[in-house]
Design a protein around this ligand. Structure first.
Ligand code: HEC
Length: 223
């Protein structure tokens, strides 16, 4: 193993300290400040980062569901919650072959891949190639396959998902619906709505991911 030289280590430690202090500084300054961010200034700043996005892409952020979640700080009242769930439920549709469980190997790929939906300048920066299928980047928020090197924890771990729940038609359907549109059952869920018009995944891709979570052969459900 390569030994680390002391100056190298010190540089690394200094950089880490600066980073931690920087984040701490900004967050305490923010918490202590009485400055309210003006809504219009905020929208202007956000829009300026959508450099090459189409007008539809920008408009996607202002759909009626997000409008209620934003206005209520993700705490809709009962009437608003029911209204949202009804609308989001109506967006869910299924693969034309009727199979809600597809191929777990493909599902594994879609869950891992991060391609698609990025804000970038076509041909420059980090823009996505529109000819490639989109990925879902589930690991940004969930631990799933224990062999995958890293995972976020904003969402609950999904390791052993099928083993813990069984593979009944109800579980298959609920899992499909959750991935297709998380807001259909949890009105202001922070989990992205993956399926539907102008969204990231096709119904077949959602079915593949269902198989990845539920198939007994999938690494998700191995020891
Ligand atoms: C931005 C973070 C985020 C991403 C990305 C995300 N999720 Fe989630 N997910 C959550 C959160 C938070 C919850 C819990 C709240 C809820 O149920 O809405 C959740 C809940 C779930 C549940 C229900 C778990 C249970 O025990 O009932 C499933 C299944 C799920 N996610 C699957 C996925 C899959 C598959 C992907 C990728 C296609 C994905 N999620 C991407 C945040 C995320």
């Amino acid at each position: 193993m390569k030994t680390m030289s002391t100056p190298w280590l010190m540089r690394r430690m200094c950089a880490a300290t600066v980073l931690v202090l920087g984040v701490w500084d900004v967050s305490t300054a923010y918490a202590q400040s009485s400055v309210k961010v003006d809504e219009r200034a905020f929208v202007r700043a956000a829009k300026s980062s959508y450099l090459a996005a189409s007008p539809q892409e920008w408009q996607r952020l202002f759909d009626p569901t997000l409008a209620i979640c934003n206005a209520t700080g993700d705490a809709p009242n009962e009437r608003q919650a029911l209204q949202i769930m009804k609308r989001e439920q109506a967006s869910i549709h299924y693969p034309s072959n009727g199979q809600l469980m597809g191929d777990w190997r493909r599902g594994k790929e879609w869950a891992e891949q991060t391609h698609g939906g990025r804000i970038g300048i076509a041909g420059f920066a980090d823009a996505d190639d529109p000819r490639k299928p989109n990925g879902a980047n589930c690991y940004a928020c969930h631990a799933i396959d224990p062999a995958f090197p890293q995972a976020g924890n904003m969402g609950p771990p999904l390791t052993h998902y099928g083993r813990l729940r069984g593979v009944t038609p109800e579980v298959v359907r609920a899992t499909y619906d959750k991935i297709f549109n998380a807001k259909a059952t949890n009105p202001c869920s922070i989990m992205p709505r993956y399926g539907g018009k102008d969204r990231l995944l096709t119904p077949e891709q959602v079915a593949d991911i269902v198989a990845f979570l539920l198939d007994p052969q999938s690494p998700v459900n191995k020891e």
